[in-house]
Ligand binder design. Structure first.
Ligand code: GUN
Ligand code: ZN
Length: 428
């Protein structure tokens, strides 16, 4: 079935270099988008409609802005109820709030219930692709994959592998983590829009044996992703070094086990030294910035300029429940503030590029998501910049697309996401 959509349409082609880089995107202030069988057929300006389009009924989203759905490349689905937990930094936060909550996901029904709420929350916020850590229990991964499948949503996820330094209720063993991950890969990887991420939680919670097993899985299933955490917090880094004195640095622990390549997503990557940054660049691995989490847990200020200068690929993500919002708009707002503290103002075009096409490219999925090129999935959102009384007043003085994007990012949240379409089907 064909569907025709009308509105203001913004589609990035490449990374914007400045606020005046009009080559980096296509903007149609009155545009049409044709969808057929879940995918984009093409875009046209209202003055250039072919006969076959102009005779069709259309869904009118004017005056709202249509962009590709947001892609959140790092979050934790079993932390839906951990969000907004007071008074700790990373290691205490894991012990006091996170591990006890994640322990509940050995229960299939609990996993299902939270998966339902989690996917609903993503959609409310305009996130149409999610890269998620599940708990150590295979039931949690099953529940999330199944729930995402109901919406035809692109999901990358994996059960965490962890066999030490946490309560028994959230531990597996090297062998169990291998067997269960393999079973989940065979069940879900590349089934419809799902993909599997091999997910050793971080070096602290895995023995050498388990990290070796994670590497073996990556060798066996080369097109799976790897997701983990790196250099988020000073205490974490110290403990990691004391657990792996034989390794040169934090990154080297993952490198040694064959876990660092172009499908590797390394969450946080705040305190990497220059050598680690160069190694990451060489390996084409992705540093995933999690700004609301880094502020909330007091972890540190992501060094975007240095990583970019070294040529490290980057992504941007919520990291809920360490992160404080499922909204990628609020995430972009905090990324801007963190770079302000580093003396650099991220331009609003770059921000919106980052949360859409940029993240799609960080997943190597630029031909499927994050853009409106023919053949990409019709995952898109409709943003209303005048959703609140304040933003409506602010928009009176707004006279460019760039300014509107900055208002959306600075004041926006789920209220500004008017509609959400996944694979051509309206879900909000
Ligand atoms: N490092 C290891 N596990 C986690 C987690 O769940 N959240 C964050 N922010 N960092 C981690
Ligand atoms: Zn995380």
């Amino acid at each position: 079935m064909k569907i025709l959509i009308r509105g203001r349409i913004l589609n990035f082609k490449k990374e914007p270099l400045s606020i005046s880089d009009t080559e980096s995107y296509l903007y149609l202030d009155d545009g049409f988008m044709m969808i057929e069988d879940k995918k984009i057929v093409g875009l046209k300006a209202s003055g250039e409609l072919p006969e076959s389009w102009s005779s069709m009924d259309y869904i009118d989203h004017r005056p709202n802005l249509i962009i590709p759905g947001f892609i959140d490349v790092h979050n934790h689905f079993p932390q839906l109820q951990v969000i907004a937990s007071y008074g700790t930094q990373l290691m205490d936060w894991l012990e006091k709030y996170t591990f006890p909550e994640e322990a509940k996901f050995n229960n299939r029904n609990y996993s299902k219930k939270i998966a339902k709420s989690f996917v609903k929350t993503l959609i409310e916020n305009g996130t149409t692709t999610s890269v998620s850590f599940c708990s150590v229990h295979k039931e949690s991964a099953d529940a999330l994959f199944r729930e995402a499948e109901k919406f035809n949503m692109c999901i990358v996820a994996g059960k965490v592998m962890m066999d030490r330094n946490a309560p028994n209720a959230v531990l597996d063993t090297a062998q169990i983590s291998y067997d269960e991950s393999k079973c989940l890969i065979q069940k879900w990887h590349k089934k419809n829009r799902a993909r599997y991420a091999i997910s050793p939680r971080f070096a602290i919670t895995s023995t050498r044996e388990q990290l070796a097993v994670a590497g073996a899985l990556k060798t066996e299933f080369q097109d799976c992703y790897v997701q983990t955490h790196i250099s988020e917090n000073q205490d974490e880094i110290q403990l990691t070094q004391s657990l792996f004195p034989e390794r040169k640095n934090y990154l080297d622990i993952y490198l040694h086990n064959g876990l660092v390549g172009s499908e590797t997503l390394l969450g946080h990557a705040i305190h990497l030294d220059m050598y680690e940054q160069s190694q990451m660049s060489e390996a084409r691995a992705v540093a995933v910035h999690c700004p609301t989490s880094n502020l909330f847990l007091g972890s540190g200020l992501f060094d975007l300029a240095s990583l970019k200068m070294k040529g490290v690929r980057t992504g941007i993500a919520t990291d809920t429940g360490g992160g404080t919002s499922h909204s990628m708009l609020k995430t972009l707002a905090d990324a801007y503030k963190i770079q302000q503290l580093r003396g650099y103002s991220i331009n609003p075009l770059s921000s919106f590029y980052w949360g859409t096409l940029g993240n799609a490219l960080s997943l190597g999925l630029g031909d499927e998501i994050g853009n409106f090129c023919p053949g990409s999935f019709a995952d898109f959102i409709v943003l209303n910049s005048c959703a609140t009384q304040l933003s409506k007043i602010r928009m009176n003085t707004c006279d460019s697309l760039v300014e509107e994007l900055f208002v959306l990012q600075t004041l926006g949240d789920d209220r500004f996401v008017d509609s959400v379409y996944i694979a051509g089907k309206k879900q909000k």
